[in-house]
Design a protein around this ligand. Sequence first.
Ligand code: 6PG
Length: 253
Amino acid sequence: MYQLLLHTFADAEAICQAAAREFTLRALEGITGRGRFHVALSGGSTPKRLYELLAGPPFRQQIDWNCVHLFWGDERCVPPTDPQSNYHMTHEAMLRFLPLPAENVHRLQAERAERDAAARDYQEQIAHAFGVSANGEPPVFDLILLGLGPDGHTASLFPETEALAEQHRWVVPNYVPKFNAYRLTLTVPILNQARQVLFLVAGPDKAGPLLQVFTGPRNPAHLPAQLIRPVNGQLTWFVDRAAVQQLTAGLGE
Ligand code: 6PG
């Protein structure tokens, strides 16, 4: 069973300020308790400001980055120098400013032509970083950041796509018809093992999907974000007023 928390903030900036505090708290907790902090980052545009905040005072100095292992929840099948790359966005916003050992940055090599091999290699890389077998149960990330698309997707788990049904592999290629392109993505089994999943959702275009995810009929093929239910973790939503307006109206607030 998971604990569900929904926090509403004024705007995207307030979401990212709160997310930087939460990230730092979880990092201190993981490093103090387990000597390491394993986190999977989300892509898109919302978390960019979070990454910028983490790269500067006061957050940068509060975290022992030698103990932090960064992963990505998904990646576009483009080179890491491509503006469309989630790694590129993270590098520009944060990585280039942080004293992270290179071996702690686990980039998802989605640019490789052999997409399935790249996914399998990433699964091996995750397993090695956690000190577990790549053939066993998915490891437990301390924190996984996710976003919500206007179509209800999260990570690169898009509506009506094959990756939604993956029950064993931790990382898979996923063809996304709307883009006529492949992505690589973490799958539901590993996402739902996390100690904490933190969604960052801002803007009026997310109001409809957020309402549907929370109050609509259960229809994960159409609303993949409904699949995110941590087995033993905490599911936290940081949303802004614009994104939560339909949900609060529906609840009579
Ligand atoms: C990606 C992300 C994706 C993103 C949502 C929300 O690769 O695009 O992983 O799942 O989180 O599309 O994106 P925004 O934050 O830009 O709205």
